[in-house]
Each structure stands twice: as structure tokens, then as C-alpha cells.
Design a protein around this ligand. Structure first.
Ligand code: ZN
Length: 184
């Protein structure tokens, strides 16, 4: 398939909730391939369909390191069905070129989704590793939520956005996570 343009922060559709996939058709498997092609081309860990302008509930992740073989994972209509604990995570996003900031994420999650063959699966990821954090980050994209909405230090995040000429934080979008933050 092909490498697509990744939409940058400030594009209104990144804030829109995405629609459920009703059937894993050719259109969806083509979309999955475009997501992988685009993600690998940009050395990303994950990419969600709305980031390439398709507001459907699909994302892909490859959390393998350089020394390991590729480990492509597909999540269609994902739902995080269990979450607990809290961990600090320094995150970036292909829609925010070069901008990184600390956010809070759940440590342990259980996610239910459908794969590229239309098969449902449940995955449990513990310990706040890259995969656990990436699933939460990509899943948020499907609801129009962006990583800066979880920022630990608003002032610091604001500075980073300014440095890379990205729009400032939308205070209405900030998520109240005081309870999680108190667990860090
Ligand atoms: Zn992202």
C-alpha cells in the first residue's frame, strides 16, 4: 500500500471521535497496511487511523526494539476493559513532530479488540512497559484525546509545544488525573 501524510496537532479531525468498524473488509486491511507503512517510515511505535485522516477505530503498534524482530499488532474496535496503577511516561506522537513531555498512564491494562483477520482477542499488559503505554496512547486517538491532555506539568508541556511551533494546550481538554498522579 502506501505511506500517508501524518496529520499534525491543530488539524480539527484529530479531535473528533472515530467510528466503529463493522466489518474487517478489504478497505480495512488496506488501511492497516497504510498505517504500518506510514508508521515504519517514520520510525513510530504506534499509529492510529485518525492520524492519517481516517476516523475509524483502528490502530497499529510495533513495540519491538531495534535488536528484536518486527512485532506488528493490529487493534480494531479496541476497548480497555481493565486498568490500574499509574506510571510516568515521557511520550511523543507522530502528530507532534519532535515534541516530548511527561504524562501519566495506567501501569496495568487489559484490552479487548479485533485483529486484521476479524478475530477478537483479549490482551493483558502489565508493568507499564512501552506496549502498555502505547495501547493507551493510540486508543486515546480514537476518542480525539491527545497525549498532552495527560501532561504532568502543563507549563513544561506548553513550552515544548511553543518550541516546535505547535498550537498551545487546550485547557478544556486537560484530563483530571490527580488520583493517578498521587500514585506516582
Ligand atoms: Zn499519537
Amino acid at each position: 500500500m502506501s505511506i500517508k501524510k501524518v496529520l499534525h496537532y491543530g488539524t480539527p479531525s484529530l479531535r473528533e471521535p472515530s467510528k466503529e468498524v463493522h466489518k474487517v473488509s478489504r478497505k480495512i486491511t488496506d488501511l492497516v497496511q497504510d498505517l504500518f507503512d506510514t508508521m515504519y517510515a517514520q520510525n513510530g511505535v504506534g499509529l492510529a487511523a485518525p492520524q492519517i485522516g481516517v476516523n475509524l477505530r483502528v490502530f497499529v503498534i510495533d513495540a519491538s526494539t531495534k535488536e528484536e524482530p518486527l512485532d506488528p499488532m493490529v487493534f480494531i474496535n479496541p476497548k480497555i476493559i481493565k486498568k490500574s496503577g499509574a506510571i510516568k511516561s515521557n511520550e511523543g506522537c507522530l502528530s507532534f513532530p519532535e515534541a516530548y513531555t511527561d504524562v501519566v498512564r495506567y501501569k496495568d491494562i487489559m484490552v479487548k479488540a479485533t485483529n486484521e483477520h476479524g478475530k477478537p482477542f483479549v490482551m493483558e499488559v502489565k508493568g507499564g512497559n512501552l506496549l502498555a503505554r502505547a495501547i493507551q496512547h493510540e486508543n486515546d486517538h480514537l476518542d480525539g484525546i491527545l497525549f498532552i491532555d495527560h501532561c504532568l506539568n502543563r507549563f513544561e508541556a506548553e513550552e515544548v509545544l511553543k518550541k516546535y511551533n505547535l498550537p498551545s494546550i487546550d485547557p478544556d481538554k486537560l484530563i483530571d488525573e490527580e488520583e493517578m498522579k498521587s500514585q506516582l
